[in-house]
Design a protein around this ligand. Structure first.
Ligand code: DGL
Length: 272
């Protein structure tokens, strides 16, 4: 038995982890942030795949039977290949899940106008994963995407609350809404973005809802574990959480608090 692995390029996945811990507190979790190589959002398909596979292997080596890619960019660019090509060879009895499908499944029941906006990294947007996945579950929906290449660097450098940072963010929101005035639901398709949720809600028109993924992913995982006792039996349940970072541990521990994780004492990991 082992913990549930939770992976992100950096800190963003902590927003997912905190909701997993609220919904499924009995499980053990092992978080891995590849901070040394973040951001992933502007990296090529091949590089995101290679880095994500290294992280998944590391989490498997540390006993995880189930790994959540708590990163939209990795879910968009690496998940399918890992599930279809790598897992059958390296770990046929282990599972890797992403964060895009759970959001795509539910979003059609939230929008009233059937016009959905997606804000995400350039990598997630160019993969078209949201458009494809939402199209599978809600074919009547119109999906409009906008890439926000500055948001992750702004957040990681604590500049998202400065005047200049907020101007960038506001401009991106305006660009998205100008593309389609019927949008009534905006999905934060990057796990870093929930730290901006309150600010975004204060600048969008009142009929526009901002949806972050944490609770949706947590509900979907709870359902998955119930339907898959053969995986659940390998997930240990002592309510513990541990953190790994490929960067400086002191810096990780301090910054983690911005992303809803207190009292973090991380350990260093080298990914290769
Ligand atoms: N948090 C990640 C996501 O959900 C990506 C951030 C990055 O660019 O590394 O897409």
């Amino acid at each position: 038995m082992g913990p549930i692995g939770v992976f992100d390029s950096g800190y963003g996945g902590l927003t997912i982890l905190s909701e997993l811990r609220k919904r499924l507190p009995q499980y053990d979790y092992l978080y891995l942030g590849d901070n040394a190589r973040a951001p992933y959002g502007t990296r090529s398909f091949d590089v995101v795949y290679e880095f994500t596979l290294q992280a998944v292997k590391e989490l498997f080596d540390r006993g995880c039977h189930l790994v959540i890619l708590a990163c939209n960019t990795a879910s968009a660019k690496a998940l399918r290949t890992i599930q279809q090509k790598d897992l059958p060879v390296i770990a046929p009895n282990r599972r890797v899940l992403g964060v895009i499908r759970p959001s795509a499944e539910i979003i059609g029941s939230i929008t009233k106008t059937n016009h959905i906006g997606i804000l995400a990294t350039p990598g997630t947007v160019s993969s078209n994963s949201y458009t494809i996945e939402i199209g599978n579950f809600s074919p009547e929906s119109t999906v409009v995407q906008h890439a926000c290449p500055m948001w992750v660097p702004l957040i990681e450098n604590h500049e998202h609350e400065t005047h200049a940072g907020q101007e960038f963010i506001q401009k991106d929101i305006e660009t998205l809404l100008e593309k389609d005035r019927q949008i009534d639901t905006i999905v934060l398709g990057c796990t870093h973005y929930p730290v901006l949720k309150a600010y975004l809600e204060s600048i969008v028109p009142s009929h526009v809802q901002i949806i972050s993924q944490g609770k949706i992913v947590a509900e979907s995982l709870a359902d998955y574990l119930e339907r898959h006792p053969e995986i659940d039996q390998f997930c240990s349940k002592n309510s513990s959480v541990q953190y790994l970072t490929s960067e400086n541990t002191n810096e990780f521990d301090t910054n983690a608090s911005i992303f809803a994780a207190d009292d973090v004492k991380s350990s260093h990991v080298s990914l290769h």
